[in-house]
Design a protein around this ligand. Structure first.
Ligand SMILES: [Fe+2]
Ligand SMILES: [Fe+2]
Length: 284
């Protein structure tokens, strides 16, 4: 995916503030019911298997590391997503967020299949993603907020949306799609993975669209605006680690392909998301 396409997609999936949050949530819920019907089990992976067998050894190592990052992330968010649904403040919001829960499990299923059928191995251990690890404490805070007053619930939801929809999905995952395209997709390699990413991106368009729309609205409250900006700033160093770590598979280190340019992509996406939320260009 080229940069322009990505920018257009952002503009298109960010619903405006003219509709109420519940109307936006219900529209997205209906869209998920009507269009979110792809089946991870049906994507043809036969060419991907051939591509992997004939791939350069260094790129094989990179792909295993890259796909591990995605599988770990999709699985972790799927397993921990329930508090985001529970903090939704209406039937419409909870209905939409429940579609997101199922979709995160579909994304997990796709990558589980990819390891079994294409890479022919288990995922590796130890791919670092501190922003994902921090979901453990986030979930505890969100569950505790369920017992508290509306104000605390709202603050916990704002931080949850910033952490997950804003940073994990809006910055990290979106940069990952661009990395795949630059290293493999643009060379016509791994058509099954490209199709999986295309379907996942459609789902993510709804997830990120809803999250950013909520954050844009909450950012009108100066207290929430401070909260959102503080989390983006606190997590920035952790975000940048994602593509800056050594690629080690079975004890052997592999080089990062030059097309990855992870830091640059992450920073650009980071600034774009802040602009989506706060409306003006923000420099880091
Ligand atoms: Fe996902
Ligand atoms: Fe998602």
């Amino acid at each position: 995916m080229n940069e322009n396409l990505n920018q257009n997609m952002t503009d298109e999936f960010l619903p405006g503030l003219d509709k109420s949050t519940d109307e936006v949530a219900w529209d997205l819920y209906r869209k998920a019911i009507r269009f979110g019907t792809w089946d991870p089990a049906e994507i043809d992976l036969t060419q991907d298997k051939r591509d992997f067998e004939s791939l350069d050894e260094n790129l094989k190592g990179y792909l295993i590391h890259f796909c591990t990052g995605f599988l770990d992330a999709e699985e972790n968010v799927a397993l921990k997503f329930c508090p985001w649904i529970m903090l939704g403040s209406s039937t419409e919001q909870q209905a939409f967020l429940s579609t997101q829960l199922l979709e995160e499990f579909k994304h997990t299923e796709f990558f589980m299949r990819y390891f079994t059928e294409v890479l022919g191995r288990e995922r590796i251990r130890g791919v670092k993603n501190i922003v994902q690890q921090k979901l453990d404490e986030r979930v505890k805070k969100m569950l505790a907020a369920l017992e508290q007053e509306t104000e605390e619930r709202e603050a916990a939801l704002v931080e949850g949306l910033t952490h997950y929809q804003g940073i994990i999905e809006g910055v990290q995952a979106m940069s990952g799609y661009d990395v795949f395209e630059a290293v493999f997709g643009s060379k016509g390699l791994f058509p099954g993975l490209a199709e999986g990413f295309a379907r996942i991106k459609e789902d993510e368009g709804r997830h990120v669209g809803f999250g950013l729309r909520m954050l844009k609205l909450y950012a009108r409250n100066p207290e929430h605006a401070k909260r959102i900006r503080a989390l983006f700033d606190e997590y920035l160093p952790h975000i940048l680690i994602r593509y800056d770590q050594p690629i080690i598979v079975n004890g052997k280190e592999y080089p990062t392909p030059p097309e990855v340019r992870g830091r640059e992509r992450l920073l650009k996406m980071f600034e774009r998301r802040l602009k989506d939320i706060f409306g003006t260009p923000v420099t880091v």
